[in-house]
Ligand binder design. Structure first.
Ligand code: ADP
Length: 634
C-alpha cells in the first residue's frame, strides 16, 4: 500500500446525496446496470485520451493498447474495473465525483415524489453514471492518475456513499482509473467471472475497445497461483461501422444507452452510411422520453462526433437544427480533419450539407414512425411536440415536412389530445373545403366552447384547437399545407367559401342590409372600443363575438410580447352580432338610448369574456348588469 498524503474529507453536494439515496432505493431491481455505467465512463475516458494523444503522443507512454479490465475477488468480495484512459487529477476527482454539473439538477430533484417506482423512471431520464456503483457497493475506492501527470500525482478517492468522501494523493504507476467496488453483503454474486461476462455481453458488447476478464487457467506445475491471462469478452468494434443487417436491435438499444446516458430504450433509430462526395456514417436515435433539461438553454445537445473512428467531441451542435436537439447519436466523418474545432464546424460548408442530410434523415425517421407506429408517435408527440413546433420558424426548407409531423387537438379528435395530423384533417375535410380552420386560445376548455365554433359545429366542419403558448407564433410561420391555406376562425371576416351555398350567401346579405340601422347605432354606442361592427354569420347560439382584425396580434402573441417587456400595438376588436338572437332583437327594438348603450356594452364585455380575455373595466360591467337586473325584477 502506497503512502497517502494530503488526506481530506469532503462533503457531497446536496444533489449528489439526494441522487445516491434515491438510486440505492429505486434501482435495486436492476442492479447489474452499474457495470454498464462504469464501463461506459471508462470507454469515454479512453476516447478522450485517444483524442488528446493526437496532438500529444507522449500521453500514450506506458501503453498504447487501450482497454478496460474487469476483475473480481470472491474472498474479498470485490469487483475491480481498470482503464488506461485519460484518468483524473485530484481536482478532477473532487469535482467529477463529488458534484453534479448538469444545470437544472436541483430543480429536477425537487420534482421527485419520494414514490420509488415513479422516481426510478425519472432518475433513469437523469442518468445515474458513476454513482450507480453504490447500488451494489457499500464502499467504493477510486484510484486514478491523469495521463501525462507524474506517477506521484495519483489520487485515491473513497466513499461509503453516504454524506461524504475522502481524497488523498497517492503514487500510481499507470495512467487511468481503477475502481474497486466493495460489494454489499448479499451482492457477492457479482464477484463471479461467469456473471460478469454475461453482464458485459448483454450491455457492453458494442463498446469499441476491448473489455477483458481474467481467464480461468490451471496453475502451472510448481506454482501455487496460476498466472492471470486476460481474455476479451466483447466484440470491440465500433457499432456504427458494422453493416446494418448484422446488428441486433438489442445492440442498437444498448449503444444508445451508452451514448445518451439514458436508461430507457430509444423509440426509433436510423443508421446510415453515406459514400460519394462526402463520406460519413451516422446513427441517430429518437429517445422515448424527454430529458429533464430539454428546455434548459445550456442542456447538452448535439451528436457525438468521430473522425475516422476517433472520438473528437461530444455535443457537436452544428449537425442538427435546434428543434431537433433531442436527437441523440453519432456521426463519423471521413472528410473532416481530426483537429476540427467547434468554431470550424460552425463555418465549414461540409457541415452545412451534412446538416441538411441528417435533418432530412431525422424527419424521414419521424414520418416513418408516425405512419407505422401511430401509438408510439403519440408518445413522441407528447414528449417532444412542443420542441417540434419550433421547426417551421427555424427550418424554412423543411417547413412542409415538419408541418406534416405536427399534431393538434381538434373538434373531432380525442378530448384535448394533440393527435390530429394535417393530412388526416384534409382527408376527412368537407367536400368543397379548401381551407384548414383553426382556433387558438389559452386552454382547451375555453376554445372548445368558444362561440367562434358555432357555425363550424352546425356545418360539421373540423377545427383545430391550438392551446400551447407557442401555437399562435407557430401559425404565423405556416401559411398553407398541401396547397390549402390556414384560416384562424377568430380572425377577420370569416369566409366559408364554397361551404356556404349561394342561397346562404344571399340570405346573409339580405339580413345584413336589414340590420344596417342597428350596426350604426351600435357603432355610436360602442364608440372607441371597437374597430368595426357587423352582422355575423358564424353564430348560432351566442348573441355576439369579438373577432380579431386580419393583421392584428392575437391574444397569445400579445401576452408573450407583453411578458417580454415589449410594447404591443393597440388593436381594437370587431364586434359581430347574431341577428337571430333574442337579445339582439330586443336591442334592436330598444327605444331608450341609455338602455341601448348599457346592453351593447354588456354584450361587448360578455363576448370578451367568452374569448378568454379580461375586461378593461370590470366594475362598469358589473354596474351595468346589476342595473338591468334591477329593472328586470320590477
Ligand atoms: P457523466 O458520465 O454523465 O458525466 P458520471 O457521474 O458517470 O457522469 O461521471 C462523472 C465524471 O467523472 C465524468 O464525466 C468523468 O469526467 C469522470 N469519470 C468517471 N469515470 C471516469 C473514468 N473511468 N476515467 C476518467 N474520468 C472518469
Amino acid at each position: 500500500m502506497s503512502v497517502e498524503t494530503q488526506k481530506e474529507t469532503l462533503g457531497f453536494q446536496t444533489e449528489v446525496k439526494q441522487l445516491l439515496h434515491l438510486m440505492i432505493h429505486s434501482l435495486y431491481s436492476n442492479k447489474e446496470i452499474f457495470l454498464r455505467e462504469l464501463i461506459s465512463n471508462a470507454s469515454d475516458a479512453v476516447d478522450k485520451l485517444r483524442f488528446e494523444a493526437l496532438s500529444k503522443p507522449e500521453l500514450l507512454e506506458g501503453g498504447a493498447e487501450l482497454k478496460i479490465r474487469v476483475s473480481f475477488d470472491k474472498d474479498a468480495k470485490t469487483v475491480t474495473l481498470e482503464d488506461n484512459g485519460i484518468g483524473m487529477s485530484r481536482e478532477d476527482a473532487i469535482t467529477h465525483l463529488g458534484t453534479i454539473a448538469k444545470s437544472g439538477t436541483a430543480d429536477f430533484m425537487k420534482h421527485l415524489s419520494g414514490d420509488q417506482k415513479k422516481d426510478s423512471h425519472l432518475i433513469g431520464q437523469f442518468g445515474v453514471g458513476f454513482y450507480s456503483a453504490f447500488i451494489v457497493a457499500d464502499k467504493v475506492d477510486v484510484f486514478s492518475r491523469r495521463a501525462g501527470a507524474d506517477a506521484s500525482e495519483g489520487v485515491h478517492w473513497s466513499s461509503k456513499g453516504e454524506g461524504d468522501f475522502e481524497v488523498a494523493t497517492v503514487e500510481k504507476a499507470e495512467r487511468g482509473t481503477r475502481i474497486v467496488l466493495h460489494l454489499k453483503s448479499g451482492e457477492d454474486e457479482f464477484a463471479d467471472g461467469w456473471r460478469l461476462r454475461n453482464i458485459i455481453k448483454k450491455y457492453s458488447d458494442h463498446i469499441a475497445l476491448p473489455i477483458e476478464l481474467p481467464k480461468e487457467v490451471a496453475a502451472a506445475e510448481g506454482e501455487e497461483k496460476p498466472a492471470v491471462e486476460w481474455e476479451t469478452v466483447n466484440r470491440a468494434s465500433a457499432l456504427w461501422t458494422r453493416p446494418r443487417t448484422e446488428i441486433k436491435d438489442e445492440e442498437y438499444q444498448e449503444f444508445y444507452k451508452h451514448i445518451a446516458h439514458d436508461f430507457e430504450n430509444p423509440l426509433s433509430w436510423s443508421h446510415n452510411k453515406v459514400e460519394g462526395k462526402l463520406e460519413y456514417s451516422s446513427l441517430l436515435y429518437v429517445p422515448t422520453r424527454a430529458p429533464f433539461d430539454l428546455y434548459q438553454r445550456e442542456a447538452p445537445k448535439g451528436l457525438k462526433l468521430y473522425v475516422q473512428r476517433v472520438f473528437v467531441m461530444d455535443q457537436a451542435e452544428s449537425f442538427l437544427p435546434l428543434y431537433l436537439r433531442f436527437i441523440k447519436g453519432v456521426v463519423d466523418s471521413n472528410d473532416l480533419s481530426l483537429n476540427v474545432s467547434r468554431e470550424i464546424l460552425q463555418k465549414d460548408p461540409i457541415i452545412d450539407s451534412m446538416k441538411s442530410a441528417l435533418t432530412k434523415r431525422v424527419l424521414d425517421m419521424l414520418e416513418k414512425l408516425a405512419k407505422n407506429e401511430p401509438e408510439q408517435y403519440k408518445g413522441f408527440w407528447k414528449n417532444f411536440g412542443q420542441v417540434m413546433k419550433e421547426g417551421p420558424a427555424e427550418d424554412f426548407a423543411n417547413k412542409e415536412k415538419i408541418a406534416g409531423l405536427l399534431r393538434f387537438a381538434s373538434t373531432q379528435g380525442e378530448e384535448g389530445e394533440q393527435v390530429v395530423g394535417l393530412a388526416e384533417y384534409l382527408a376527412r375535410a368537407k367536400e368543397g373545403q379548401d381551407k384548414i380552420y383553426y382556433l387558438t386560445g389559452e386552454t382547451y376548455a375555453q376554445v372548445k366552447n368558444s362561440p367562434h365554433l358555432e357555425v363550424f359545429r352546425k356545418k360539421g366542419i373540423e377545427v383545430l384547437l391550438l392551446t400551447d403558448r407557442i401555437d399562435e407564433w407557430l401559425m404565423s410561420y405556416l401559411s398553407d399545407f398541401d396547397g390549402k391555406s390556414f384560416v384562424d376562425v377568430a380572425r377577420g371576416d370569416l369566409d366559408l367559401g364554397n361551404l356556404d351555398s349561394e342561397e346562404d350567401k344571399k340570405a346573409a346579405e339580405e339580413v345584413a342590409k336589414s340590420k344596417e340601422g342597428l350596426v350604426e347605432r351600435l357603432k355610436t354606442a360602442l364608440g372607441d372600443s371597437v374597430a368595426e361592427v357587423r352582422v355575423s354569420h358564424r353564430l348560432t347560439d351566442s348573441p355576439a363575438i369579438l373577432a380579431i382584425g386580419e393583421q392584428d396580434l392575437g391574444m397569445q402573441m400579445r401576452q408573450i410580447l407583453e411578458a417580454s417587456g415589449q410594447k404591443v400595438p393597440d388593436s381594437k376588436p370587431i364586434f359581430e352580432f347574431n341577428p337571430a338572437h333574442p337579445l339582439i332583437e330586443k336591442l334592436d327594438n330598444e327605444q331608450s338610448d341609455e338602455r341601448f348603450g348599457d346592453l351593447s356594452h354588456i354584450l361587448f364585455d360578455q363576448a370578451a369574456l367568452a374569448a378568454g380575455d379580461s375586461l378593461k373595466d370590470p366594475a362598469a360591467y358589473v354596474r351595468r348588469l346589476n342595473k338591468l337586473l334591477v329593472e328586470l325584477s320590477v
